[in-house]
Design a protein around this ligand. Structure first.
Ligand code: ATP
Ligand code: MG
Length: 324
């Protein structure tokens, strides 16, 4: 399958959606690249102290998942200068029209007067993140697929204009759990930038996770079955269960069809708490020492620095710059 790469933004605390749609699919196979995308964390207004905390939380989760093992690397994006520079090169290759079509920009900018230029251009930063590493696949949730497709278009355009410098990557979206929805508003994606009882955090206490599931919005009727249009609440819970237990939806439905919503919600909470227990406990233990986390990421930073710098120089040469 080749090398794969995934980044996660410290725009809030890690959610169950991030875990199911992204983190739990990531593997520490040789050549894989993972990073805390902190440069992406400032596309909307931020607080420096909070940003520092979120970076450490995400780093602790990546380490707890063992993603810096087995010749995979984990690093912090802002510590590797090539990312910001590559973003500029790709901004100058991208077109206004194609960036304006990005639905994330439309969704996140909606109703705000203070939209940053960075929120509009960040798909170029993301494209650079991916292309700097010459990876084959990018595992992402449904919401990021469009950005990976834009990345492909930019890579193909650069290769065409300046010669073959980039590997053209493929998005890889999970079949179940690609779009976990809010427990309070099952028609909306669960997001770390939305903080309410509909967002379940990976590192919150089991009691609190249990409470949020018991309060999850359900639908009219009493039967547990899968129908995302008529029963978005129950269907969301079924997907969460199926993704974490790695069990077919139909088998779960067969077991809980007549069990009642309360019993079913209690079971989903239990599956969530159990299947995330080990990552939660290890990440919380690591978080007590941020220095140690930063030290653990030094090696990843060095490797990323050398790979990305080599790629950046190659692209700059192809584009017509003089190298020092
Ligand atoms: P934000 O609200 O700031 O965009 P986010 O929760 O969407 O935060 P990202 O950092 O944008 O998180 O995405 C990290 C990864 O998690 C991506 O691969 C994304 O597709 C995936 N992801 C995010 N939310 C969900 C979700 N609700 N269900 C499945 N996957 C998700
Ligand atoms: Mg997002």
């Amino acid at each position: 399958m080749g090398k794969s790469l995934s980044f996660i933004t410290p725009s809030g605390r890690v959610t169950l959606g991030n875990y199911i749609g992204a983190l739990s699919q990531w593997t520490a196979a040789p050549g894989n690249v993972y990073a805390v995308a902190d440069l992406h964390g400032i596309t909307t207004p931020w607080n420096p102290e909070t940003l520092r905390t979120y970076i450490i939380e995400i780093a602790s989760v990546l380490i707890a998942l063992g993603l810096d093992q087995n010749q995979s690397i984990v690093y912090i994006q802002s510590q590797v200068a090539a990312h910001a520079e590559m973003a500029w090169l790709l901004e100058c290759v991208g077109h206004m029209g194609e960036f304006q079509r990005m639905t994330q920009f439309k969704a996140k900018g909606r109703g705000r007067g203070d939209i940053s230029v960075g929120l509009f251009t960040y798909p170029a930063l993301m494209a650079g993140d991916i292309l700097l590493h010459d990876v084959d696949t990018v595992p992402v949730g449904e919401d990021q697929k469009q950005h990976v497709e834009l990345t492909r278009d930019l890579a193909i355009r650069v290769n065409h204009l300046f010669g073959p410098v980039f590997t053209v990557p493929e998005p890889k979206v999970p079949t179940v759990g690609a779009r976990v929805r809010s427990l309070k508003n099952p028609n909306e994606k669960m997001s770390k930038s939305v903080i309410d009882d509909g967002t379940v955090l990976l590192l919150e206490s089991p009691d609190s996770i249990h409470r949020k599931f018991m309060a999850a919005v359900t639908d009219s009727g009493r039967e547990v079955h899968y129908d995302p249009v008529e029963k978005p609440g129950i269907s969301n819970l079924l997907e969460i269960y199926a993704a974490l237990a790695k069990e077919p939806l139909d088998d779960i439905v067969a077991r809980y069809r007549t069990a009642g919503y309360g019993t079913f919600k209690r079971k989903v909470a239990e599956v969530v708490i159990e299947s995330t227990k080990s990552v939660r406990e290890s990440a919380l233990a690591l978080q007590t020492n941020s220095e140690e986390i930063l030290n653990r990421l030094q090696q990843g930073r060095q490797e990323a620095w050398s790979t990305t710098n080599a790629k950046l120089q190659q692209v700059k040469r192809a584009m017509g710059f003089w190298l020092p």
